[in-house]
Design a protein around this ligand. Structure first.
Ligand SMILES: [Zn+2]
Length: 234
């Protein structure tokens, strides 16, 4: 079987979405890319998670042509492909309709950074896309979903804010590998939930100050990061 290790990683990233309560039935999908081979491994369409095996996953090229796999890929494959082409540093994408993140997407509101949990993962608010036009919806809808996301990040660092809300739809998260993409989707849901409660308690709550936001983000990311253990010690 081709790309067996990546298949296992992508399967695990999909199952983690279920374990964390981010998906209902067959909603949601995670994928991973081998940059060396320019091949994407993605969840098949409509297969129940509890029956999913590595061999059910589908391998395609960056044009969506199936390279290995008997099943149809997730219908959101074109969105994933646009993201892999637009964001060259990412290695995994995770998509969910998780409840709180989707509530923000439906309200078409970015998630403000109210605290350090958010600041640890997202260096700024989690943005929301523009609504899609009728043409974008009627033709190549899934591909155009990728373009509304990539347009939003044209002027900002997609690795510093590794998630987005698609207006009236749901969330996409990404990372250097499939496990991190799913991890970011899980944290996004927690952050969306906390932000909702924060505003319920005080509808005039203010975003975290820049100093505390930078402190938390930069102690985990970038050249001056010091959080956790050095890689060579573990
Ligand atoms: Zn969706």
């Amino acid at each position: 079987m081709f790309l067996s290790q990546l298949r296992r990683q992508v399967l695990e990233a999909n199952l983690e979405l279920v374990r964390r309560g981010l998906v209902l039935y067959t909603f949601g999908n995670a994928s991973g890319i081998s940059r060396k081979e320019s091949l994407v491994v993605i969840k098949p369409s409509g297969v129940p998670y509890e029956e999913m095996k590595p061999e059910h996953l589908v391998i395609t090229d960056l044009d969506g042509k199936i390279v290995e796999g008997k099943l149809k890929p997730s219908s959101d494959l074109p969105t994933h492909l646009v993201l892999y082409k637009a964001f060259p540093e990412i290695g995994g994408v995770s998509h969910t309709h998780s409840e709180y993140a989707t509530a923000w997407a439906q309200a078409r509101q970015p998630i403000p950074c109210f605290g350090t949990t958010h600041a640890d993962y997202f260096h700024g608010p989690v943005p929301v896309t523009e609504t899609m036009t009728q043409t974008e919806i009627t033709s190549k809808y899934e591909e155009n979903t990728g373009y509304v996301i990539s347009r939003l990040f044209a002027q900002s660092d997609y690795m510093a804010v590794p998630a987005v809300l698609v207006a009236n739809h749901g969330a996409f998260a990404w990372g250097p590998d499939p496990a991190t993409a799913t991890h970011n989707a899980v944290v996004l849901e927690a952050v969306a939930r906390m932000a909702y409660f924060t505003l319920s308690i005080n509808h005039e709550a203010e975003s975290i100050g820049r100093h505390l936001h930078d402190k938390h983000y930069l102690r985990k990311h970038g050249s001056a990061a010091y959080y956790g253990q050095p890689k060579d010690k573990i």
